[in-house]
Design a protein around this ligand. Structure first.
Ligand code: UT7
Length: 328
């Protein structure tokens, strides 16, 4: 049995932080950020009382409403995030509480920017096994909570947001999640991490002074790996499924850098009109980028029965992968 997406939704905080706002607090420029990354603005969840679970719960509520089902119908909630409300309990359990999905079990999945693809594939396995009928898969991040707004090399890149999908069993074998190739390489772990606050560097005055509670990235190294890995896995998915560029309706790539997205599309031989791009408006929302793109395409009515979608991502870990979806 194949898992199909039966509903999608997104939540973006209203507050916009644009490149000119950043020019006022950092030695940076709108021109540098736009030309090096493609980002013009990003959303920030300003309310200190609200965190990742708030945005994910908003997404879950919209999905339930659209699908016309109640929270009790949900069997499983998976939240992909690297900015959970807290280390434990899981953000997924907080969402379960907020929406009152009392028949569901819930867990977080830590796959950084590839978290949504990992979670989508994991959720699809429960559907394929026939043991679960309704699985919520959500990617949500309050990246502004782990940003050092004095570090121009990272804070200009990321934004907040959440989005998700409802997975259900499909009517036939031709639609839904048809293929997935997911990878990890832990040797990349030092190039993108948030070292503080875990069991290796529990929070102390010293870890805070050393700014270990902020995301740290060697952007150049990550760029080099991402540009190769995302294009390779996209081509691998095409070859495994005998897909030519003309067969693909949309490439939905992780939104870390417009240059990486462009290079992936070029390797696949796909025109940019067929590529979902919102990095200009939201920046890098990590695990939320791909579901936000899916929800936007869905809202715009661009996803038709039979549409072929290729999803590709790359993130901390390293983690990367590709998924081939045929829209139901
Ligand atoms: O989503 C998870 C995976 N993450 C990624 O895929 C991100 C991959 N990396 C990237 O997208 C790019 O490496 C960045 C956008 C992060 C950086 O772009 P870059 O072209 O690799 O720049 P760089 O780090 O080599 O820096 C070039 C110059 C440096 O100055 P010098 O040393 O040449 O004088 C930086 O200090 O740009 C400077 N710079 C900035 N200048 C203005 C770095 N950040 C900024 C900034 N504004 N915000």
């Amino acid at each position: 049995m194949k898992a199909v997406i039966t509903s999608t939704a997104k939540y973006l905080p209203e507050n916009i932080l644009n490149n000119h706002d950043l020019e006022k607090i950092l030695d940076t420029s709108d021109e540098w950020i736009r030309t090096r990354t493609g980002i013009r603005e990003r959303r920030i969840l300003k309310d200190p009382e609200k965190a990742t679970s708030y945005m994910c719960s908003e997404v879950a509520r919209k999905i339930l409403e659209q699908r016309g089902i109640s929270a009790e119908d949900i069997d499983l909630i998976i939240v992909a995030t690297m900015s959970p409300d807290m280390l434990f309990p899981s953000t997924a359990c907080l969402v379960q509480r907020d929406i009152q999905a009392m028949n569901a079990w819930a867990f977080d999945l830590s796959g950084a920017c590839s978290g949504f693809l990992y979670a989508l594939n994991a959720g699809a396995q429960f559907i394929a096994a026939g043991t679960h009928k309704k699985v919520l898969v959500i990617g949500g991040e309050k990246m502004s909570a782990v940003m050092d707004y004095t570090d121009r090399s990272t804070c200009v890149l990321f934004g907040d947001g959440a989005a998700g999908v409802l997975l259900e069993p499909g009517a036939d074998e031709n639609h839904g999640l048809l293929d997935a190739r997911l990878y990890s390489d832990g040797r990349g772990c030092d190039n993108l991490s948030m070292p503080g606050g875990g069991s290796l560097h529990p929070t102390t005055h010293e870890t805070v002074d050393r700014k270990l509670h902020y995301l740290q990235q060697d952007g150049k190294q990550v760029f080099k790996s991402a540009v190769v890995a995302m294009a390779d896995v996209a081509v691998e998915i095409m070859n495994r499924n005998n897909l030519a560029a003309k067969d693909i309706d949309f490439l939905i790539p992780h939104q870390a850098n417009h240059r990486i997205i462009q290079a992936t599309a070029e390797r696949m031989g796909i025109d940019l009109e067929k590529v979902a791009i919102n990095i200009d408006r939201y920046g890098n929302t990590s695990a939320a980028t791909i579901p936000i793109c899916i929800a936007e395409l869905d809202e715009q009515g661009k996803l038709q029965t039979g549409s072929n979608l290729i999803l590709v991502s790359f993130g901390a870990g390293y983690t990367w992968g590709g998924i081939y979806l045929n829209w139901q």
